[in-house]
Design a protein around this ligand. Structure first.
Ligand code: PLP
Length: 405
């Protein structure tokens, strides 16, 4: 028997291992994986970019780089952040190995074992697993279709004996709930946090993936709306807008937070791959990203439409969901007393999978929802998969005497 450290005891990391297996299981129709479809990747553009690099830059690709990131990519990101309304003079950008590393660095920077942090409920499972690994005590606050519940947040803050170190939120096209925070809710949230010294972590992995241009203004970052009364650390990612294989993310923070984060990153992995940073920087600076995003928005909007129609056609009465305006996910609410885990087990036998609600509850209990991801599967499988899912749900309704006609 080995004497493992306490940090290996993350309940949710087992869920994630299962999830990664099921997302790519052979012969399965998978609504599980929150990743792009392989056929959407811009391989021709990346071929062209690499082949046209000078030999000197190609050599740089193979080399270590600065811990803070490849300087031209840092400049490109400053430009992108200014376009999102953030003040680049006041902030520094640290490039990270995926935005999950940014979340991990921030947690390591502020959390000692047993420290309190606040999350949404439901919450992105990758972040939950990081928080568990560092021994944070999580208290979660429910969200509705407009974002975190402000009264519940106020109440939660007021009853804590110690000050929470930070609040972690995903305001744009939430994973798993698919919702986007209203402007009003963003303002109210900043008001509540104002003067509390509770840092806000704004995870914006999906903000560029709105389905309709008219909704772009809704994605305005909370960080760009905040005054000096609230410290907001913003995290972003290339995973959903270029490819998760690049393992490229970043954090935008004040210089003091950035400095400590740089030291932590130095100890974790010295630097993020120069190879992918250089390719991504060319992709951005040549204007390919803007074109590619237009393509992706159309592609994901079509997938969402097909899923929305299939759900309306096949699901029994009593299941509800909010139609997303962007991102990768639909979050179905089951009628009481149905639970997602037994439905999942039966679905797996039939060859269709999703992710259970319990996975996204920091306490690993609440199981009255299921997450469907429409980003990863061929469009032609969506209807077939939903028909199979509906049959299993109907069976469970019958077993539990729930009306569904
Ligand atoms: C909300 C959210 N944040 C962060 C990430 C992590 O992304 P990355 O691949 O950049 O680590 C994901 C990935 O699914 C996500 O859904």
């Amino acid at each position: 028997m080995y004497e493992f450290s306490r940090s290996v005891n993350s309940m949710h990391s087992e869920d994630i291992k299962q999830l990664m297996k099921q997302s790519s299981g052979r012969g399965l129709i998978s609504f599980a994986g929150g990743m792009p479809n392989n056929d959407l990747f811009p391989i021709a553009e990346i071929d062209e970019i690499y082949n046209n690099l000078s030999d000197d830059i190609k050599k740089l690709c193979f080399q270590y780089g600065p811990t803070t990131g490849y300087p031209p990519l840092v400049s490109s990101l400053h430009k992108m952040m200014r376009r999102k309304g953030m003040q680049s003079e006041k902030n520094k950008i640290l490039i990270t190995t995926g935005s999950l590393q940014a979340i991990s660095i921030i947690t390591q920077e502020f959390v000692n074992e047993g420290d309190l942090i606040l999350t949404e409920n439901p919450c992105f499972v990758g972040a939950i697993s990081v928080f568990e690994t560092f021994g944070a005590k999580m208290v979660s606050v429910p969200i509705d279709e407009n974002g975190i519940l402000i009264d519940k947040l106020k109440e939660t803050i007021s009853v804590q004996k110690t000050k929470p170190k930070f609040l972690y939120i995903t305001p744009n096209f939430h994973n798993p709930a698919g919702i986007i925070y209203s402007q009003e809710r963003r303002r109210q949230l900043l008001e509540v946090l104002s003067g509390t010294d509770i840092i806000l972590i704004e995870d914006d992995a999906y903000g560029d993936l709105f389905f309709s241009d008219k909704d772009k203004p809704l994605t305005q970052s909370v960080k760009s709306m905040a005054n000096s009364e609230v410290e907001v650390i913003y995290t972003g990612s290339f995973s959903k807008i270029l490819g998760p294989g690049f393992r490229l993310g970043y954090m935008v923070a004040s210089p003091e937070i950035f400095d400590k984060a740089e030291s932590i990153k130095q100890a974790q992995d010295a630097c993020t791959s120069n190879f992918t940073q250089i390719l991504a920087n060319e992709f951005v600076s040549k204007g390919y990203l803007d074109d590619y995003l237009m393509f992706l928005r159309k592609e994901y909007a079509q997938r969402k439409e097909i899923l929305q129609k299939s759900l309306k056609n096949f699901l029994p009465k009593g299941i509800s969901w909010i139609e997303p305006k962007g991102g990768f996910y639909m979050w179905l609410k089951l009628p009481a007393p149905l639970k997602a885990t037994p439905i999942f087990r039966d679905c797996l036998k039939k060859g269709v999978v999703f992710v259970t609600g319990r996975t996204f509850d920091p306490d690993n209990v609440k199981d009255d929802h299921l997450r469907l991801s429409f980003s990863n599967m061929p469009k032609s499988d969506i209807g077939k998969g939903i028909k199979m899912l509906s049959e299993v749900i109907k069976k469970h309704m019958e077993l539990n005497a729930v009306q569904f006609q």
